[in-house]
Design a binder for this molecule. Structure first.
Ligand SMILES: [Zn+2]
Length: 207
């Protein structure tokens, strides 16, 4: 792509670094911004800048939060002995929208994926095991998407939890294998949390 302006080229390059955005789409978006009032671009830049400089991760569950403790962990009505393990904030949002879950979460920040160079130490797993050690957790519900990486991650955590008196369960597979949680409809997802099954049973059914 030949650019008549270095400024334009730089902006297109940065936008094209976003997932799913090719050079052509990036150019379209940048030209769109140029046609809009200048304030709009400034607001966009400021929102992104503030996001990076001010965002916090809840010190208890690692969910994205504006405060030290996220709204869910800070809510005294939530059952802190019930912990749902999810990949990221999108899963928290999906499960929260079902209105069926009264426990808290533990956000891993990804899944174990040797292909992408993501190992257990790259994820928030150690803090979950620490929580289990203290005895404050009665049950851990695995709610990762049922992909190979999701299953590997569940199994790794399950093994780490073995020495501790924690019940492990997994959300019922109303959700098709390979589906991402965030795409499941609220009714199905809500039901699969209520009808969760012991984690060991999910291992047997797959063999
Ligand atoms: Zn939290």
């Amino acid at each position: 792509m030949e650019f008549s302006s270095k400024l334009l080229e730089n902006a297109v390059y940065e936008v094209s670094q976003l997932p799913g955005i090719g050079k052509r789409t990036a150019l379209r978006l940048v030209l769109h911004l140029l046609r809009q009032p200048e304030a709009q671009t400034k607001n966009l830049a400021l929102a992104l800048q503030n996001l990076r400089s001010e965002i916090k991760f809840c010190k208890k569950c690692h969910n994205i939060s504006d405060t030290e403790l996220c709204e869910i962990c800070a809510n005294p009505k939530r059952d802190t002995s019930l912990v749902c393990v999810v990949e990221d904030i999108r899963d928290v949002m999906a499960i929260e929208s079902t209105g069926q879950y009264r426990g808290v979460y533990h956000v891993l920040g990804g899944k174990i994926s040797p292909m992408d160079g993501v190992g257990p130490s790259d994820l928030n797993i150690a803090t979950l095991i620490e929580k289990a050690k203290t005895g404050e957790i009665k049950e851990i519900i695995f709610a990762l998407s049922s992909t190979m990486e999701g299953d590997t991650t569940n199994f790794y955590i399950f093994k780490q939890l073995e020495p501790y008196a924690v019940i492990t369960s997994t959300i019922a597979r109303g959700i098709a294998v390979g589906d991402e949680l965030e795409y499941a409809d609220e009714v199905t997802l809500g039901r699969s949390i209520l009808n969760r099954i012991p984690f060991e049973n999910s291992l047997k059914s797959e063999q």
